[in-house]
Ligand binder design. Structure first.
Ligand code: FE
Length: 240
């Protein structure tokens, strides 16, 4: 911790041209008792990533760069107000409106914006269509890039190292584990999301849904089908 304080002060000294000797005398050195308190604190923190996030948040708040209430509001928005239902409405609209589907595949971000969905982590969304001969699956091999405005926050497995690597190395095997069996002649396309471009899968409209309206169709569309690890299941009983 003392090292961090020194680094911070050194940077400030570099920027302001302050006198070196003055800075050296103002570096606080924590007492040993304080170190022991820190050790106890570390032991009750659930995980290293959680600790890092908390430390980063505390630092940003302390520096006045973010407001804790604003952070809470942001997390609440993406946890409870924005989620896969937005994407499901986009998919259902594309299923019932051929002209909208053309626009969606041509410029995903703009067509998604037509329904009022935009914002963080959604500046450039490309929509890829599943067909009887092509199946698309989304991953972010580097980290966890994901189209927040239409799918909300990514599931834990999407961010896991096994999914990120195996979706590329063995996509059919991953799909099988999600219960999605594809015929050998179906081409599998894996899309690697980046901070610049994120993807949304437009799943196939299942058979037996001709009589369903847009709202009922949207209710059938799952998050996993829009990531591409699953298909949209036909309605129970076969539908009309
Ligand atoms: Fe990423």
């Amino acid at each position: 911790m003392a090292g961090d304080n020194r680094t911070s002060l050194d940077r400030r000294r570099f920027l302001t041209g302050a006198v070196t000797g003055m800075v050296a005398t103002t570096v606080p050195t924590p007492a040993h008792g304080q170190d022991r308190d820190d050790d106890r604190y570390h032991q009750v923190v659930p995980s290293d990533p959680a600790l890092r996030v908390k430390a980063l948040e505390s630092l940003l708040v302390e520096k006045g760069l973010v407001d804790r209430a604003a952070l809470d509001a942001l997390v609440d928005t993406y946890e409870h107000k924005v989620g896969p239902r937005n994407g499901a409405r986009v998919v259902a609209r594309a299923w019932v409106d051929p002209a909208y589907k053309v626009r969606l595949l041509d410029n995903g971000t703009a067509a998604i914006g037509e329904l009022g969905y935009s914002g963080d982590q959604g500046a450039d969304i490309r929509v890829v269509e599943n067909t009887p001969t092509v199946h698309n699956i989304i991953v972010c091999t580097l980290c966890s890039c994901y189209p927040w405005p239409v799918l909300g926050l990514p599931p834990v497995w999407y961010k896991s190292a096994p999914y990120r690597s195996r979706a590329v190395i063995d996509p059919r095997g991953v799909l099988r584990e999600f219960g999605t069996e594809l015929a050998e002649d179906v081409e599998v396309r894996v899309w690697d999301s980046t901070a610049e471009e994120r993807y949304l899968v437009l799943p196939e409209r299942p058979a037996g849904t001709a009589s369903l309206n847009e709202e009922a169709l949207a209710a059938m569309v799952t998050r996993d089908s829009m990531i591409g690890v699953a298909k949209v299941a036909p309605p129970a009983g076969g539908g009309a």
